[in-house]
Design a protein around this ligand. Structure first.
Ligand SMILES: [Cu+2]
Ligand SMILES: [Zn+2]
Length: 174
């Protein structure tokens, strides 16, 4: 009787660990000066023992490495800067709840929204999973995921915010 009760408790405990691990799927859209354009694919996000896994399935991305971050606002729209409409600027800056003001990459002590860069193959597909060790899936809610046109050296030097340049694609999590 006691053994059965214990086993039941263990099973309940195990299943509860699994049920707190959320899986989210985020639609990613190309950015334009007018707003969001074509859907380029999805990014599936889930918690794991080593951090949050980002499992991309994107198409039409230029070959090579691309800066990838959580931006503060859940808004993929454009915003004006110096009289010009800038794609994706309404997503604001990198998610930085600690107000560090520093871009230091996924393993640094700066912006919490600094994720591992995503890599596109010569066929324009992005399918390699990356793991962000400092965040949980729940940290993404109420924010945007942004993929940049260029890479990310996880530093503000020589260029601010890793040198990723233009905002290429975006998805939001409410
Ligand atoms: Cu970014
Ligand atoms: Zn950053």
């Amino acid at each position: 009787m006691h053994k059965v009760t214990l086993l039941t408790s263990v099973l309940l405990a195990v299943s509860c660990v699994a049920c707190t691990q959320e899986t989210l799927e985020i639609d990613m859209h190309a950015l334009t000066a007018e707003g969001t354009g074509a859907k380029i694919g999805t990014i599936t996000v889930k918690d794991s023992a080593t951090g949050t896994e980002f499992i991309p399935n994107l198409n039409g991305v230029s070959a090579g490495s691309h800066g990838f971050h959580i931006h503060e606002a859940a808004n993929c729209g454009p915003a004006d800067k110096d009289g010009q409409s800038v794609p994706g600027l309404a997503a604001k800056g990198h998610f930085d709840p600690g107000n560090t003001g520093v871009h230091a990459g996924p393993r640094g002590n700066g912006h919490l929204g600094d994720l591992p860069a995503l890599n596109a193959g010569p066929d324009g597909k992005v399918v390699e999973t990356v793991v962000a060790p400092r965040i949980k899936t729940s940290d993404l809610k109420g924010h945007a995921l942004i993929l940049h046109a260029k890479g990310d050296n996880y530093s503000d030097i020589p260029d601010p915010l890793g040198g990723g340049g233009a905002r290429f694609a975006c998805g939001v999590l409410r």
